[in-house]
Design a protein around this ligand. Structure first.
Ligand code: CTP
Ligand code: MG
Length: 235
């Protein structure tokens, strides 16, 4: 275990400031309802209920900051929950949440509000791997489809072997120091925090993700999320 990790608290940052354009017209994605409850509430509950998470910082759409605060206020969380205004990009939203971190946090998770149904063991496994000495950790899952390249004239190119490919999920976990450094020093068009950390020359460790941690992106994903909630309720 590295010397500087092991004694502080664990925080989860929840970027929730996206518009949800691929979901179609409506309110920002994080506050749209799944089975009658805003998506964000599931994500925050999953994190706050985890025995390994002490603090949750939500980056809300800036014009909905108060609404998000009141959505979360009536909930009983065992973790401390803060809401800040998010930014124009996901990485800006994460950066704004980072600023609000209490001093005694030394491990930071970043978890999409759009992955409301992440199972508890994924959160636990990611934190355990950071505590084990991995400065950057991502949960991954195998791909199910055959992957082919397609050229400009729509003719199929090579089949890409699935064996070495994985889809990357969240929560991603980092030592606080590494995540802060990435946000201070890296200005590259990468889609997630692990991608930023790699630009520092730090390697990222993969742990098992879970199919339930899928990202709600398109309308069909809402149908799937509602079915999964119902399945969990009745099993
Ligand atoms: N996100 C954010 N701030 C932004 C953009 C995205 O906090 N400016 C968050 C989203 O709220 C989401 C996560 O990053 O929880 C993953 O992004 P994505 O699934 O792309 O969500 P949206 O950007 O809302 O969706 P879309 O790209 O379809 O508009
Ligand atoms: Mg987006």
């Amino acid at each position: 275990m590295s010397d500087d990790v092991g004694y502080g608290r664990v925080a989860a940052l929840v970027p929730a400031a996206g518009r949800g354009e691929r979901l179609g017209p409506g309110a920002p994605k994080a506050i749209r309802e799944i089975a009658g409850t805003p998506m964000l509430v599931y994500a925050v509950k999953a994190l706050a209920a985890s025995p390994v998470v002490d603090v949750v910082v939500v980056a809300a759409p800036s014009d909905y900051r108060e609404d998000v605060g009141s959505l979360l206020q009536p909930q009983e969380f065992s973790a401390e929950v803060f809401v800040v205004a998010g930014g124009e990009s996901r990485s800006e939203s994460v950066a704004r949440a980072l600023i609000a971190l209490p001093d005694d946090v030394d491990v930071v998770l970043v978890h999409d509000a759009a992955r409301p149904l992440v199972p508890p063991e994924v959160i636990t496994n990611v934190v355990a791997a950071v505590r084990d000495g991995h400065a950057a950790v991502v949960p991954v899952v195998p791909l199910v489809d055959t992957i082919r390249t397609v050229s400009g004239d729509a003719s199929l190119g090579a089949t890409v072997s699935r064996d070495s490919l994985r889809a990357v999920q969240t929560p991603q976990g980092f030592t606080r120091d590494v995540l802060q450094r990435a946000h201070a020093e890296v200005d590259a068009p990468v889609t997630d925090d692990a991608g930023m950390v790699e630009r520092l020359g730090i390697s990222v460790h993969a742990v098992d993700g879970h199919e339930d941690a899928f990202k709600v992106t398109r309308p069909l994903d809402v149908v799937l999320a509602e079915a999964l909630i119902e399945h969990r309720r009745t099993r």
